[in-house]
Design a protein around this ligand. Structure first.
Ligand code: CUA
Length: 189
């Protein structure tokens, strides 16, 4: 009598083969995903931003966007507001930024010396002011109110005392004020 491999044995062999292939495939997929996550994380952390705007810290006060007379809040033609600010050891200019509620706002800021932080407490607005570069942060405040803005990057002996304020006023008040002044802030108001 000859022995013929039974269906059972053959089935086991096929099942083992299929299982092995699936194991390799799923392990490969997991490996691939880890690889992609690692690459993306390391790449993002080590490459400069794709989109970079520069501002020479040596000539900030002399010419260009961050000259003192151009700092503060500006009402744009499209109804949005641009706030320009400079951080320096150990203050922000303007020291109090005025913005309207319920309006798209862009903060544009840079540093004239070392790295400072740009953080508006109670919001998700949190950036770094790096000398040589412009930090642009979009924002929108639902209601009038006041927010403090402590520098959150250690920048020297006066770091603890470096902070500013953001004052949010209602839209109508802001637009009335914008008719009087090209650039607004709440310093001395
Ligand atoms: Cu500026 Cu810390």
């Amino acid at each position: 009598m000859t022995t013929v491999p039974s269906d059972h044995d053959e089935g086991t062999v096929v099942a083992a083969r299929v299982e092995r292939r699936w194991t390799i495939l799923s392990a490969g997929l997991v490996g691939l995903m880890i690889g992609v996550a690692l690459f993306a994380g390391i790449h993002r952390a080590t490459m400069p931003q794709v989109w970079v705007e520069t501002a020479n810290p040596r000539t900030l006060h002399v010419s260009g966007e961050f000259i003192e007379s151009n700092l503060g809040s500006a009402l744009e033609a499209d109804g949005s507001v641009t706030v320009r600010a400079v951080g320096q050891q150990f203050s922000f200019t303007p020291q109090c930024m005025l913005v309207p509620a319920d309006t798209p706002i862009t903060f544009r800021a840079t540093s004239s010396d070392v790295v400072h932080g740009f953080l508006i407490t109670g919001t998700n607005i949190n950036g770094m002011l790096v000398p040589g570069y412009v930090t642009a942060l979009p924002a929108k405040f639902a209601n009038p109110g006041e927010y403090s803005m402590p520098c959150q990057e250690f920048c020297g002996m006066g770091h603890e005392g470096m902070w500013a304020k953001v004052k949010v006023v209602d839209k109508a008040t802001f637009s009335d004020m914008a008719k009087q002044n090209r650039r607004l802030s709440c310093v001395a108001q």
